[in-house]
Design a protein around this ligand. Structure first.
Ligand code: ZN
Length: 263
């Protein structure tokens, strides 16, 4: 899928988690619901850091460009080193290492550890990166015509404001994990979820997605998971724009209402 559909599916997924959490008795305070949905929308773009022309590679100017080249090379090296007899030859790293459950868990876990050990600045950096991505993904038309600097300013100011909101008592810094010192441990959850939702979205497209790596399936360690061929669509096709994106909006709306106990 393309950036906007990935971001929308990420936001909808977190709102769905909010509904499930409410049903399980861990109702999210509204800032957790809103900030989590935005983080998840941003995190749902992150796996494409292995692809030069993806939204995320352009989001932070030369910094993300350089990071993208490193991640592409690293992914390709890991692919070559771990491919088994049934895996095809490849020429680049796109849709390999960063499109796996293991990567999702490592990135999300890393952010959780950073958030509980790094203090306020770590939380602000995590929020900033994901809010900029969320703007790029959800408001892509507006982000395209405005300058990068304006998008970064918007990300920075909203990160500052939202961190302030979350810090207020009862506003959810300690949602789900409420022992002393566990504030913001939950920040990794929307990040794991966003990456997984991205992988599932890619699995629905023609080329599939090796989500289960390094668990081998048959003779392949990089087995491209996906539904039967007839149910797959091309990235950016009308199915994505006219069916999936409106569906994500409706599901997200229903999930959000259930999460806040309105329905
Ligand atoms: Zn992808």
């Amino acid at each position: 899928m393309m950036g906007p559909a990935h971001s929308l599916s990420g936001a909808a997924a977190w709102l769905g988690v909010g509904a499930a959490a409410a049903a399980a008795g861990h109702t999210m305070p509204w800032p957790v619901l809103v900030v989590g949905a935005l983080i998840c929308a941003g995190a749902a773009l992150a796996p494409d850091l292995d692809h030069k022309s993806a939204t995320i590679s352009r989001a932070f100017g030369p910094v993300s460009k350089a990071l993208c080249e490193i991640v592409d090379k690293l992914s390709y090296a890991v692919y070559k080193a771990t491919k088994s007899a049934g895996d095809p030859r490849r020429t680049g790293g796109h849709r390999t290492l960063t499109h796996t459950w293991l990567w999702a868990v490592l990135i999300g876990g890393g952010c959780s550890v950073a958030a509980i050990t790094g203090g306020r600045w770590a939380v602000l950096v995590i929020l900033f990166v994901h809010l900029v991505l969320a703007v790029e993904g959800l408001l892509w038309r507006a982000a395209r015509v405005s300058s990068d600097v304006l998008v970064w300013l918007l990300g920075a100011t909203s990160a500052w404001i939202l961190a302030g909101v979350l810090d207020k008592p009862g506003h959810g810094a300690d949602w789900l994990f409420d022992a002393p010192g566990q504030e913001y441990l939950w920040l990794g959850l929307p990040i794991v979820l966003g990456a997984l939702v991205h992988d599932i979205g890619d699995a629905l497209t023609v080329s599939g997605c090796p989500i289960l790596w390094p668990i081998p399936i048959g003779r392949k360690r990089w087995y491209p998971i996906g539904p039967p061929k007839a149910m797959r669509f091309r990235a950016g096709s009308w199915v994505e724009m006219k069916v999936l994106m409106p569906a994500f909006m409706v599901l997200g709306g229903v999930g959000g209402a259930a999460a806040l106990n309105y329905i």
